[in-house]
Design a protein around this ligand. Structure first.
Ligand code: PMP
Length: 457
């Protein structure tokens, strides 16, 4: 039809749209997201972030949230630490990029020096810088394969190691990888030695899991084909189970006996979160290689593989690296983040935060039979919910409702676990006691609202 015929309808259409115009800045941004961003990117909440300071995240409509997610364990030093902001500005005006393959620059070297000092892996340690946790895991495997001349890897159920092809293969939870195969070969998975602190004896779990591993050498993969055993010392996405010390010690002995590289994925546990710089230092078992990311860059994308020098250097030159790995601005942010973490003694703070979380979680456990466990290491503490306290019936729905209730009251927390029935706290460790108490009050109120008040009332 001619344009003149369409005109009244166009006007009508516009006025109808105006009547349904999004009301808030959040609505507008979410509508733009929906129209431009792939639906493959998870959208855990309807929060549209504007800015952050310390432990507070503010949305585009000016609502504040006490942020117990830290962007999945990244802003451990808090949002926009002023020293980190300044370091980024200074570095951006001096040198934004030159690839380390082309020209050596001080920030990369200084950060590796720092990592090697923080995370000694024996007599002599080396590091390589990359961009993400997934990339660190991929590179740790490449290093282990070259160092051992072997192809195979053992990993664990409940594990999260990333979303690139190999790291996704190593990731356990089906919803992260469904339809993305074929996956990488030579990857074998064993049950993670899960300890529910309310129910299990860690020594018994460790012994059973070590027996299973020795059995796997008979019926699943020969130890002489194994390049690496890869484990998170505390399962992050998998629900904050921490491996029994006896199990990690057993792994260390088995790896030494068979010449297998022991790799700890510390992407989520690293940098003060568990009360020490690395969880492995808490647990007293040193791996051959370890992977680090998240909190290291204070919010900028940077990661690392750290390891024994003879393993890290048993690789062909050219097989590690990348255009952006250890970008100068990310290095400057990381160096300042680590210095600030030291100055503020965030390792000690993690213990205090963890204690506070445990006390309040325990109160929830006393009040609600749905709480089946409280567990974790340092500030990495989680609380698990099952229907009627029956361990075979994860309370996924209730946990989602509790988290939604918390958000309505200005508190942002995350779920975890294969069934999403665990609530985990990853607060900035600069969070004040008052902020943390307020957040935990909101969690208590949410649990009461969803689970129907205290069982003892
Ligand atoms: N390993 C662990 C233990 C993680 O928690 C994550 C991220 N949640 C990764 C690896 C992957 O890191 P990224 O998302 O930076 O690739």
């Amino acid at each position: 039809p001619p344009r003149s015929t369409l005109f009244p309808y166009t006007t009508l259409f516009r006025s109808c749209m105006a009547a349904h115009e999004p009301e808030t800045a959040t609505d507008t941004l979410l509508a733009r997201r929906q129209a431009s961003v792939s639906s493959g990117v998870p959208q855990g909440t309807r929060i549209a972030a504007s800015h952050g300071l310390g432990a507070i995240l503010t949305d585009v409509d000016g609502n504040d949230f006490i942020d117990l997610s830290s962007g999945i364990g990244v802003t451990t030093l808090g949002h926009s630490d002023p020293y980190v902001v300044q370091a980024i500005i200074d570095q951006a005006s001096q040198l934004q990029h030159t690839c380390m393959h082309i020209a050596t620059y001080e920030g990369y070297v200084a950060l590796c020096e720092k990592l090697v000092a923080l995370f000694p892996h024996g007599e002599d340690t080396r590091a390589v810088l990359l961009n993400s946790g997934s990339e660190a895991v991929e590179n740790a495997i490449k290093i282990a394969r070259q160092a051992t001349g072997r192809p195979s890897i053992i990993c664990f159920t409940g594990a999260f190691h990333g979303r690139t092809l190999l790291s996704m293969t190593l990731t356990s939870k089906v919803s992260y990888k469904q339809g993305c195969g074929p996956f990488a070969s030579n990857v074998f998975r064993l049950p993670y030695p899960r300890v529910r602190e309310f129910h299990d004896d860690p020594d018994v779990v460790a012994e059973q899991a070590l027996t299973l591993l020795r059995h796997a050498f008979r019926d699943t993969v020969s130890p002489t084909d194994l390049a690496a055993i890869l484990i998170e010392p505390v399962l992050g996405e998998g629900g904050f189970y921490h491996a029994p010390v006896a199990y990690l010690q057993g792994l260390r002995e088995i790896c030494d006996e068979h010449g297998i590289a022991l790799i700890f994925d510390e992407v989520q546990t690293g940098f003060c979160r568990t009360g020490s710089w690395g969880a492995y230092q808490n647990l007293g078992v040193t791996p051959d290689l370890s992977t680090w990311a998240k909190a290291m860059g204070g919010g900028l994308p940077i990661s690392a593989v750290v390891g024994k020098a003879h393993v890290m250097n048993a690789v062909k030159t050219g097989t590690l690296g990348g255009t952006f790995g250890g970008n100068p601005i990310a290095c400057a942010a990381a160096l300042t983040t680590l210095r600030r973490m030291e100055e503020l003694d965030l390792c000690s703070r993690a213990h205090a935060v963890g204690e506070r979380l445990r006390v309040r979680y325990q109160q929830l456990a006393d009040a609600h039979r749905e709480v089946v466990d409280v567990r974790g290491l340092g500030a990495m503490v989680a609380i698990e919910f099952c229907v009627d306290g029956d361990l075979t019936r994860p309370a996924t729905e209730a946990v989602q409702q509790i988290l939604a209730h918390c958000r309505k009251n200005g508190v942002l927390m995350l779920s975890a676990g294969v069934y999403g029935n665990v609530i985990r706290a990853l607060p900035a460790l600069v969070i004040t006691d008052a902020q943390l108490d307020k957040a935990l009050d909101a969690l208590h109120a949410a649990a009461d609202a969803v689970l129907g008040g205290s069982d003892h009332e």
